[in-house]
Write a protein that binds this ligand. Structure first.
Ligand SMILES: Cc1ncc(COP(=O)(O)O)c(C=O)c1O
Length: 437
């Protein structure tokens, strides 16, 4: 037994069950354990290692920065902080906006809500979010997330959060038949939630524009329609791009798929921002929102806001995406992966739905019965056959992520095409060999 198993309180698991190998290194889409075993990472760990493991350019940037300046607070300037903010504003086209740096996704979302409230002059204004979403595990982000695992821990209303059903077309909560209708109904639910609150009390809508770890991929009409309805009502739209950003959905930021028609007022980033080589999150504010804060006191901060080592990693990460043409690559390989999965669906009755494919992110939803869409295990539980499939994939050297009855495929954008093909071949074989009865 390792000391880690005994001494560390691990997240999202039963402590007594935690028994994982120790990882000592990695390269590209592979990570390596202390016994020298290599694992093909088909989920970029927590959908965060978009650039693969131990990216040499990022490692070098962290080392170089460490030799110059490890840390200075936000009360002082720091070159990498300035340079990363500039680059993020350029890539997102938020000219005249500003960037606030956090340590990860949850605190980025919390701060986006703070900024929206302050900009509207309603420090406790309401925020609309959706069921079955994930925005983090701090108290405020648990309130924002409609996550069955944590919803009993927090009273969302006391955090000013109003939640609406999601655009989950395969099991549409509005009972529609077609994906576009489900998305439209979900947008109307947001509009009704805003209109139902008295005295223009809703300041913002915070949602994932495309993919999320909840496995819902919003139909294509959802985000631009949501933008329209929020704009009409002068309610800020906050895009949680923590997972969908940095190529995961085939664009730098998923909303860019719709051009200006998808532009949010604020967006939150983390994960792929440094390819997870350093903990870093960010809130990007439009010029309009930033302008409203310009001459007001900002009563918030984090000791490590814009940490130079993390920002240096971020600058190197952005350069690595660009030089490798990785955003385009993700779009191309993601489309091919999606086609492959649709083909698997024609042969495996256990596959109920395949979603994603805008970039290297796809969800396979498994069902016991295609006609009724009955599940093997109630959400968010994972059935024994699916857990067994994951264990067998790991034995074959492939690490897969699952949530409930969903298999989430989100490999590093640098994955070799041969490795991607082999991983899907393995999945094909394991789906056929598993006992789903
Ligand atoms: C869409 C989304 N938002 C927010 C978060 C929270 O980020 P963090 O774990 O860095 O706090 C996650 C993490 O999985 C996420 O997927």
């Amino acid at each position: 037994m390792t000391t880690e198993r005994r001494d560390v309180l691990h997240s999202w698991c039963v402590q007594a069950d935690w028994d994982a190998p120790t990882i000592v290194g990695g390269e590209g889409a592979y990570f390596i354990d202390s016994a020298g075993r290599r694992y093909l990472d088909m989920s970029s760990l927590a959908e965060c290692m978009n650039l693969g493991h131990q990216h040499p350019r990022i490692v070098r940037a962290i080392r170089d920065q460490a030799e110059k300046l490890c840390f200075v607070t936000a009360a002082w300037g720091a070159e990498p902080r300035a340079a990363l903010a500039r680059r993020l504003l350029e890539l997102s086209g938020f000219a005249g906006g500003r960037v606030f740096f956090s340590l990860g996704g949850a605190d980025a979302n919390e701060h986006a809500v703070k900024f929206a409230r302050q900009a509207r002059g309603l420090p406790q204004g309401r925020v609309v979010a959706r069921d079955r979403s994930y925005h983090g595990a701090s108290y405020a982000t648990m309130a924002l997330s409609g996550d069955t695992r944590t919803q009993t821990q927090v009273d969302a209303a006391s955090f000013g959060v109003v939640r609406v059903p999601p655009p989950y077309a395969y099991r549409c909560p509005f009972g529609t038949e077609h994906a576009a209708d489900c998305a439209e109904a979900a947008v109307q639910a947001v509009a009704a939630a805003i209109d139902g609150e008295a005295n223009e009390a809703v300041v913002a809508v915070l949602m994932e524009p495309n993919a999320g770890t909840n496995g819902i991929v919003a139909p294509a009409n959802f985000w631009p329609r949501l933008r329209e309805e929020t704009r009409t009502r002068s309610v800020y739209l906050i895009a949680d791009e923590v997972m969908s950003g940095f190529g995961r959905c085939g664009e730098w930021f998923a909303w860019q798929r719709y051009g200006e028609a998808g532009r949010p007022d604020l967006m939150t980033l983390a994960k792929g921002l440094t390819g997870a080589h350093m903990p870093l999150g960010a809130v990007v504010l439009s010029a309009e929102v930033a302008g409203r804060l310009e001459h007001e006191m900002l009563y918030t901060g984090l000791t490590y806001c814009g940490h130079p080592l993390a920002c240096a990693a971020g600058i190197a990460a952005l350069a690595a995406y660009e030089e490798g043409g990785l955003i385009e690559r993700s779009k191309r390989l993601g489309a091919a992966l999606y086609e492959r999965l649709l083909e698997l669906k024609t042969r495996h009755a256990v596959i109920g739905d395949v979603r994603g494919g805008d970039g290297l992110f796809a969800v396979i939803e498994l069902v016991r019965d295609r006609a009724t869409r009955a599940v093997h295990a109630p959400w968010p539980m994972t059935s024994l056959p699916l857990r067994t499939l994951v264990a067998r994939a790991l034995e074959a050297g492939v690490s897969l992520a699952v949530r409930g009855n969903l298999i989430l495929l989100a490999p590093p954008l640098v994955i070799a095409e041969r490795d991607l093909t082999d991983a899907v071949d393995l999945l094909d074989r394991l789906l056929a060999e598993s006992d789903w009865s």
